[in-house]
Ligand binder design. Structure first.
Ligand code: ZN
Length: 203
């Protein structure tokens, strides 16, 4: 399986990192080895002093597809989840300045937290989902999928032009504002509406 990630999909987050507003979705991949094993802590890697949490809505692909029209995109996923796109911001900044790929900053072991899944049918609309991240009991990120620059079905149309989507692939749909550095002993808890989707400790 592969993990397809979308960057800069919420205006407020683009502003907080002083990035340019993209004219097309920003896309990058994480390998399956980036998935943090269930119930395991996240270990801050020794190559970074500035790992940020980015809470994101996840979409699980349930049907093989390529060149999917956004009208039919809803047939290609069956589950909605929540995860974290951990990012070594200091390393990413260096790579960005040199125009190099971001993989070392985004695709390292443990950099993809994949929480529990909810059936898509639980949601009246996937374009109006509230989600958030608590750090040590304090809400630090909150978002609603209605604020995405590109909505889920549009993202599926876009990424399937480049990559065949396969069953079990996961799309990370981008983070809202509020990204920040994690510290050892932090407890992170992800929520969709009032459902706890994941909980983990930083080491
Ligand atoms: Zn992200």
């Amino acid at each position: 399986m592969k993990i397809i990630c979308i960057g800069r999909n919420y205006t407020e987050h683009i502003k907080e990192l002083a990035n340019e507003r993209p004219t097309e979705p920003v896309v990058f991949l994480k390998p399956d080895s980036a998935i943090l094993l269930k119930k395991q802590p996240f270990y801050i890697p020794d190559f970074s002093n500035d790992v940020h949490h980015e809470v994101e809505i996840l979409v699980r692909i349930s049907k093989v597809g390529k060149y999917i029209d956004k009208k039919f995109a809803h047939k290609y996923y069956d589950k909605i989840g929540l995860g974290i796109d951990f990012t070594a911001r200091d390393l990413q900044q260096k790579l960005k300045e040199k125009g190099l790929p971001w993989e070392k900053a985004k695709a390292f072991d443990g950099a993809a937290v994949v929480g529990e899944w909810l059936p898509k049918s639980d949601f009246e609309s996937v374009d109006a989902i509230n989600f958030g991240l608590e750090r040590n009991g304090v809400l630090v990120q909150q978002g609603n999928t209605s604020h995405m620059l590109w909505k889920i079905d549009e993202l599926i149309e876009y990424v399937s032009k480049y990559f065949t989507l396969k069953i079990g692939d996961i799309i990370f749909t981008g983070t809202p504002s509020g990204v920040a550095k994690v510290e050892a002993n932090d407890e992170l808890r992800g929520l969709i509406e009032n459902n706890e989707m994941f909980k983990l400790t930083i080491k």
